[in-house]
Design a protein around this ligand. Sequence first.
Ligand code: 4UU
Length: 535
Amino acid sequence: MIFQSSDPEPIYPVVDIYHYLESNPFNVQPGKTVFVDPITEKSLTFGQFQNETKHFAAGLQDSYGFQPKDVLAIFSYNQYDFGVPILGTLCAGGVVTTVNHSYTLEEVVHQLKDSGASYMVTTVDLLPTALEAAKICAIKREHIFLFGGKDEAGHKAYQSIFANRLAAPVKIDMDDIAYLCYSSGTTGKSKGVMLTHRNITSNLVQIMSYDAEVIKQKDLVILGFLPLYHIYGLMNCLHISLITGTETVIMPKFDLPSFLQNIQKYRVTNTFIVPPVALALAKHPMVLDYDLTSLRHLACGAAPLPKDLCQRIEERLGVYCRQGFGMTEASPLVACLRPDARGPDGSVGPLVAGLKAKIVDPETGKELGVGQAGEWLLKGPNVMKGYLNNIEATKHTIREDGWMHTGDIVYVDEKGNWFVVDRLKELIKYKGFQIPAAELEALLVTHPKVLDAAVIPAYDESQATEIPRAYVVIQEGVTQNDELKKEIKEFLAARVAPHKKLRGGVVFTNEIPKSASGKILRKDIVKIDRATDSS
Ligand code: 4UU
């Protein structure tokens, strides 16, 4: 049985992302403020943004030999002008890869190498890592530009390369890659998700047709704190803001007092959150110290939202918090509760228009119907082209019949509302950030005292988030005590970005259960873990 939205198929753009923006479908006035930095109070208008992207594109072409399909990496925390070098790169026919700013050198190198990046925009404080990574990946020093507006440490601000002419026109095909966002998908390490101009523009209109009621309101102010390197923030707090000309206050990162202060100061109407922020809004006493009466729309996604939080938020703030479901491989929005109607508690809402879904039994592949839980399969114009340089992972995810396997276990009710019940894939989500279990396992077995390891999700209710917990088999003759647990935790922490730390602790075990083909039977470990309190 194939499920789809009862809404008509949207009319998809036939032009690439840059030209879609330039066509200005919402007739945004050039003087409209779009991005604001709440710390420096610097801002960019729609007109300035458009000009700057064109001049950056021309600068890349004229002085730096930038060619269509060249890859530019953005390695930075959020900036109010984050989108300028991004759209500029797309305008010049290039590809953008966004790198998590908290990555270790090894993690940055993996992404730069894998994506084939040959240009980078970063910040002065990230330069030491950026330069070392660039050296390993043979990225030229002069191809590394800076956010912050100033030439520093021998590197040019990206604004310093603006050329005083428009970029040379480049032919961009709708199936050309626009973004390489990194995701572990259903299994293994982080991979480059190839998102084309068609994928992104399709999802933009899917989101906007769906949210038409919200977008119609002209006086909206968005507060963006989600990392813009991740597809959730990149689409909702950058692309949608640009296309609709919505004022968006960009925070460098999340902290609760600044978040609340900014809502109060900028009379914020919309914000996009993740479950730990929903928890704070529902329960933290500090929330009541601020005037949040301007808030009208709250959307929460990236990880399961505990059921009772929406209700508590509404009781406290008078704002309906609707849950959405996205994944990098779907550009990202798959389903979301309607802004104008209450959906059932715990649901991620109906599918976006134009996206087809099936539910299949993961064991037998049999198609299932309403009310039956199985793996969610998707097909539509927003489904990725595949994983970069990884035919095997691509084939495993998008099967021959064209259906993409999400690795999520869901069911749908008779009204078309979807519910996520479990995750089949290895992925662990800490506050919405991806932690590929396989990556941590591969590192753990390089510890001299560790023989074998498996990493599973535990749950921290006090923060409304999953946390990774390692089950490890220790070499014979080694004393197993708390010291060793600490040593293993620290060993891993030194090698991964902070969000991947073993916050769920280390558990000693005699054996990692595996299938005949050697696959870790993670579900069996999770069962044992739930039955014993291992924290
Ligand atoms: C249970 O997390 C994302 C994208 C999130 C997003 C984007 C736009 C949310 C709302 C929105 O408007 O992408 P990834 O690739 O980092 O992680 C994808 C995985 C999913 O496969 C699923 O396992 O994150 C999990 N996930 C959720 N799980 C995402 N949203 C939810 C959810 N409930 N609401």
